[in-house]
Every structure is written in C-alpha cells, then in structure tokens.
Write a protein that binds this ligand. Structure first.
Ligand code: BGC
Length: 726
C-alpha cells in the first residue's frame, strides 16, 4: 500500500542527521548552484559552508530556465545523501515571461477575476521553467506613495487588497499546487512593512495594535485563508521588534490566533539583519531569535547552518523544534509533488510551447487595457482613427522599458512600446517620434524641446509619453519628491501649449504629484507599468478600440506634504467645511498652503461611456445582528459605447465608541454595461462588515445609524442610511 504523507515524512525525518535537517531549513541563491563565483554575495565558502553542505540545501532562490532547473535539481538529487528534491522559488509577481501590469495597476482594475486569470497564466509559464513556489501575493497595506514598494501592492484599501491577494493565490495555485502549471504561493511581508516611517524602505514602523489589526493584518489573513501555504515576515521592525524576531506577530498572531501551520521563510538576509537592527549581538543570537519565532527557512544567509547545531547541543533549541520546522518543509515538498516528480513537468519544449504565446500576450493586453485609468479628458479622447499625422513625444514614446520592476524572466525587448502599438493599429499614419527629454531624476537638458514643439505643431494629434523610469519604484526605491523626474512636466507644458489635441500617457509605479500636468494637459491616461503588451493597449485606448475602466487604487496627492494621504482617514473635531478644498480655513484641520483632498481620489476614473447612478434601494433599513440588507444599485450607460464600471459602495459609522473613518469601502463590483443599457448591481450588508477594533482592541460593531453611499471617495452619487439593531 502507498505510504501516507505522514508516514513518509516520519520515515524520512528519522533518516536525517541534525545537519541535514538544518540544510532543509536553508535557502540559497541559485547562483551558488550554477556558478562557482556568485556576483551578489561572493563564493559559497564565504558563507562558512562546505560543498557537502551545499548538497543538502533544502531550497533555491532563482533559477532562470527549465534547462538550468533540471540540471541543478538532477545534480542535487545525486549529491544529496537523502536524495530530497529542492524547492525552486522565485518572485513571479506580475508575470513570468509574458508580463502583465504591476500589482498597483491590477488594483486599479478592481477586478479580482482578471487578477486570477493573469496569475494563472504566470503560473503556467513559470512552472514550465521549473519554478515551484512564488513569493507573492504582496499585500502590504500602504498609505505613503514615497515608499517605492507601493507598486507591488494593490493600493490603500484593505478590502481591495484582500480580494486581489486571494485572487492571486487562487490563480497561481489553481485547484491545488503540486501539479504542472501551478505554483504554491507565499504571502508577504508580515507585517506592516508598508507603514515604513516617512516612506523610507526598511524603516521602522510604530503602530497601534488597533490600527494593525483593522487595516494591516486582514489581507495577509485573507491570502492564508485562500490557501497560501507559506508566509514571509517583513524586514521592518514593528513597535521596536523586527518581524522575523517578533514573537507577538509570529507566535501569538500567526501560529496562535490564526493557527497557521505552513512554512515561514525569512526575507533575504533578514536573519542576518537582526544584528544591524541591534536586537541580536551575534550570529548565534540572530539564529536563535528567528528560530524561537517559528522561522522555518532562512533565506540567503547561513546562520542556521552555522549556529543551530551548537544551539541544539547547548540545549537552547530542542531537536523537536527543528523537527517541527523540517516536517513543515517536507510536507510542502510533498504537497508540491516533488517526491513524485521533482521537475514538475518542466522542460525547454514546454517553455517554447507555453511562454509568451499569442494567447498570453492577448491576456496581457486586455489586462493593460483594464488597468489604465483615464484621469482627465477635456473631450480630445478617443482620438479619431482617421488622423493622418501623429506626434509621439517623450522619453516613453519608443521605450520598451515599461514592464515594471518585478519582471521575472520578462524582457524589455519583448515588450511593445507605444510607438510600436500606434504603428500596429494605424499602419497608414505618418508618425513622428521625438524623445524631447530624459526621464532620469538628474537630467534637465531641454535641448530637444524645439524639435518636440515642431513635431507637435505639425501633427493632427500628439501623444506625450512621460513618467518615472521603471526602476524608480520597487524595493529600496523611496522618493521624497513625487513629481515627474527631470524636465518632463515642462516639456508637457510646452507641447500642450502648441497643440490642444494632446493626450498624456503616464508610466509610473506609484501615485505622482500631477498638479501642474493636470492644469496643462487636455487628457491624461494613467498606464502605470502595463507590461509586455502595454503599447498595443495604449494605442487601442487612445484611438477608442478599448474603453478605459480602471479607477485609482491609491490617492494621488496634490502635494507630497500631504503624505500619508488615504481616503478612509479618521474624523477630526474640526473637519474642513464643504467648499473649495484649496481655500484655507483657520482653526480647522487643514493646511495653509494646500487643500486636504488628493488630486485624484481613491475610486476615481473616467470612461468614454457616460454612466449615471439611477437608484439605490435597500430591501430593509433595519439590520439585525444575524440578518442582512440587500442593496440594489441601478446604473445606466447613457452613451453609445459599451463600458465597464467599478461600482463602489461606501459606509460611515457616525457615532461609535472609537473615532471612525469618514468613509470606508464596504463592497465593490466591476460590471460591463452595454451601450444604452442599465445594469443592476446587488450588494449584501451583514453585521460583521461593520465591525472594527476599538481602542482596547475589542472587535465589535456599534448598534445605531449608518450612512451609505455609492460613488467614489469623497464623491457620493446616491446616499441612503440604515440602522443596526441591538
Ligand atoms: C524582497 C522580497 C523577495 C525576496 C526574494 C527581498 O529583497 O523583500 O519581497 O521575495 O527578496 O527575492
């Protein structure tokens, strides 16, 4: 009879020496297995380990192809005394070879189904190259656009982040990882990494337990509930303790309250960094602290390999604790199917067959279209396809570096630039391309302005392609200024002044301060980093073959000084009175030199269709503790163009025992409304959706009245209210 998983693991564990067990608990960079000299961290001898140790390592981070994965795995299976396959892990975040829009852009789609579809495609591609686990979803809650890693999140709302993160898990894992075509997921970075003070990456986070539980924790939990078998603690310290060694987070919340029994892997060098963070005096203490907080795998450094044996010998760590971690790791290997097929169907033929296919490119194009947000349109868009002369101006006009920061095995040169996209769509048009200026932070050369202005004057329509370089957002890419780098805004002003038929396309990985651009540009389309098919999507959107339907997932401030800025801020005792947001009100909660509201609020986005909310009906205005209210929203598409709309329902609890946000997203649905038709969208409200964490961290709702509206942040279109009964 076939052995059960439990029997298999028990038997295998009994064969392993202590050092072999600790090998399972170590993950090293793929380069150690492919090259003798690793560019990043030096040869493996410098890690204080031997070639024999290398043979018993449990997992590898980053291998670049099926060929490499098969070669490394088969050599490992020969060398490892117990022939235990390695788990191959990688950051497959927004695509593997075919790159779809960055996560922040996917947040703008408000479309979890789309996220699931893209993740499924990425899993299929990565699995063909031999990857077993992806370090995604990243569901760090964010409020500060200065932090470069906002591009990896789905924005400033907990519900949106939770649903999108869960959709990623579903997409990557399919009906269950451990079969070719699917990957296991690892939720990260637990917890509150996005709260980095002043938006500076790796900086400390000081946060109340109330805030942590209400806004930051739910999305991690949603991804675990969706079936993610792994979790990664964050680099930052939270309330004085780095997450990797934070017993409250790791032991009390994760393993205790949530009962998580999957694999915890440290972030890259995070165990080693406990020393620079000043909570461990040496390697031994760093290893001990991480171990005592249930960290099963050490990524990139070798403190476990070099210290844990001694800690066991000294009786500080028990072998049973080591066994528990190894059991979890072996269990994941079993679930990933590695003991049946360590290669999981990876092959060079399969890579050719399933990567960067026409079908995958089509999904990526649709995704890029659905993530784009039309920020402004004075009526110039969509452009007519009959135009003869088109000027494409700006540093992103011909650039293929628009796929974003976590590009896995994606290549810029495989991407479609805006110029390529416009040529594909309108092969007969006369197209002039002028770069105009650079998108680099320290480049202020205006030498090409006259050429750009001439091209603009001679064109029927102008497409201005500006933004941030794709490596200006992502890990370690914090900024203090959120303006367009260099002289790009000046270029836009000069070009818009000579041709009113101008649309600006934006490429960026974070909310930017676009106050100046908003004043001068007749139309602005936010493309984010749209991925491999970005240029084709942009062309279709500009010329009306596609209809923009994305909405803002993270507030775009008017000034960087407003950061952190987010739509669901708590009520104050002196709120600003209705009126012009930019007019200062003395002794109210506002600024002398800037309004309170963002330039583009959460949930905002235009369309070529014109939608009108017709009615919002509640089947009852009284909610009992175990009852529900059915909300029916009717929304009409009054145009002659089919269009998609992110219908958003918000609520406000006006009297509670703690200060509540001025508005919170209660639910949302993305719907396609055919031209001239009306759609009916239904939401259900139940009592648990109204709960919050009180000052003493008790989780409850308050009976009484609640306000309700549909629209977007700070812009109610239809209002109603209901009462929660005792
Ligand atoms: C990042 C993680 C990532 C890991 C492995 C770290 O620097 O913080 O998000 O998963 O590297 O690449």
């Amino acid at each position: 009879m076939k052995q059960t998983k439990k029997e298999f693991i028990k038997e295998l564990l009994a064969k392993l020496t202590l050092r072999e067990k600790i090998g399972q608990m170590t993950q090293l960079n793929g380069r150690y297995f492919c090259e003798t000299e690793a560019e990043l961290t030096g040869p493996f001898e410098k890690l204080g380990i031997s070639a024999k140790d290398l043979a018993m390592i449990g997992s590898v981070l980053y291998l670049s192809s099926a060929e490499e994965a098969i070669a490394v795995q088969s050599k490992h299976l020969e060398d490892d005394p117990n022939h235990i396959p390695m788990l191959i892990m990688m950051d497959v975040i927004h695509g593997y070879r075919t790159i779809f829009p960055i996560p922040l852009a996917m947040g703008a789609s408000f479309d979890p189904d789309l996220m699931e579809q893209c993740s499924q495609m990425a899993a299929k591609e990565a699995s063909a190259s031999g990857v077993h686990v992806t370090f995604t979803p990243m569901v760090d809650y964010v409020r500060d656009a200065r932090w470069g890693r906002v591009m990896e999140t789905m924005g400033e709302d907990t519900l949106l982040n939770s649903r999108m993160g869960a959709a990623q898990v579903k997409g990557f894992q399919g009906d269950g990882y451990g079969r070719p075509g699917s990957l296991a997921t690892c939720v990260k970075h637990f917890a509150a990494y996005g709260g980095a003070e002043a938006g500076r990456d790796y900086n400390m986070v000081e946060i109340s337990e109330r805030l942590l539980r209400e806004y930051y924790l739910p999305a991690y939990k949603a991804c675990l509930d969706a079936g993610a078998p792994m979790l990664m603690p964050s680099f930052n310290s939270m309330n004085g303790v780095p997450s990797t060694a934070n017993s409250f987070l790791m032991n009390q919340v994760l393993r205790g309250e949530w009962g998580f029994d999957g694999v915890v892997i440290s972030d890259y060098w995070a165990i080693k960094e406990l020393i620079s963070q000043g909570v461990a005096k040496d390697n031994r203490e760093a290893a001990l602290k991480a171990m005592k907080c249930g960290c099963d795998v050490e990524m990139a450094s070798t403190y476990y390999l070099n210290e844990l044996e001694k800690l066991v010998r000294d009786g500080v760590v028990s072998e049973a604790e080591i066994d528990r971690s190894v059991e979890r790791i072996l269990s994941l290997k079993w679930d990933c199917g590695l003991f049946e097929d360590p290669y999981q169907g990876a092959s060079s033929e399969k890579e050719v067959e399933c990567q960067l296919t026409k079908e995958n490119r089509a999904i990526a194009e649709t995704a890029a279209e659905k993530c784009a947000v039309l920020l402004k349109n004075d009526g110039v868009l969509p452009f007519s396809k009959q135009v003869k002369k088109i000027a494409l101006i700006g540093p992103f006009a011909e650039s293929r570096s628009i796929i974003g920061n976590w590009r896995a095995n994606g290549k810029d040169e495989e991407a479609v630039s805006v110029a390529d996209g416009v040529r594909n769509l309108l092969p007969g048009a006369e197209i002039a391309v002028v770069q105009g200026c650079s998108a680099e932070l320290d480049q202020f050369d205006e030498g090409e302005f006259p050429a750009a202005i001439d091209a603009a004057k001679n064109a029927d329509v102008v497409i201005l392609c500006v933004g941030e370089q794709q490596d200006y957002s992502g890990e370690g890419k914090s900024r203090v200024d959120l303006k367009l780098p260099g002289v790009q805004e000046k270029l836009c002003e000069a070009v818009c002044a000579v041709n009113p038929n101008t649309a600006v396309l934006l490429f960026n990985g974070r909310p930017l301060v676009l106050t100046g651009l908003h004043k001068c540009a007749p139309a602005i389309l936010e493309m984010w980093f749209p991925g491999t098919e970005g240029g084709n999507a942009a062309a279709k959107l500009l010329f009306g073959d596609a209809n923009p339907c994305g909405v803002i997932p993270m507030s775009f401030p008017k000034s960087v000084g407003q950061c952190p800025i987010y739509y669901n801020h708590p009520s104050t005792g002196r709120p600003k009175k209705a009126g012009d947001d930019d007019v200062f009100q003395p002794f109210h909660s506002n600024y002398i030199d800037c309004g309170n509201l963002p330039l583009y609020p959460f949930g905002y986005g235009l369309s070529y269709s014109s939608f009108r909310y017709e009615s919002m009906e509640l089947d009852t205005h009284e909610l009992t503790k175990d009852g529900q209210i059915k909300v029916t929203v009717k929304i009409a598409n009054q145009s002659d163009r089919d269009g998609e709309k992110a219908v958003q329902l918000y609520f406000h609890d006006p009297v509670a025992s703690s200060v509540r946000p001025v508005q919170s997203l209660l639910d949302f649905k993305k719907v396609l409304i055919p031209a001239g038709k009306t759609a009916k969208v239904e939401f259900t409200i139940t009592e648990p959706q109204l709960r919050y964490y009180d000052a003493d961290c008790s989780y409850h709702s308050d009976p009484g009245d609640f306000d309700l509206f549909v629209g977007y942040a700070d812009h109610p279109e239809l209002k109603d209210s209901f009462r929660l009964l005792d």
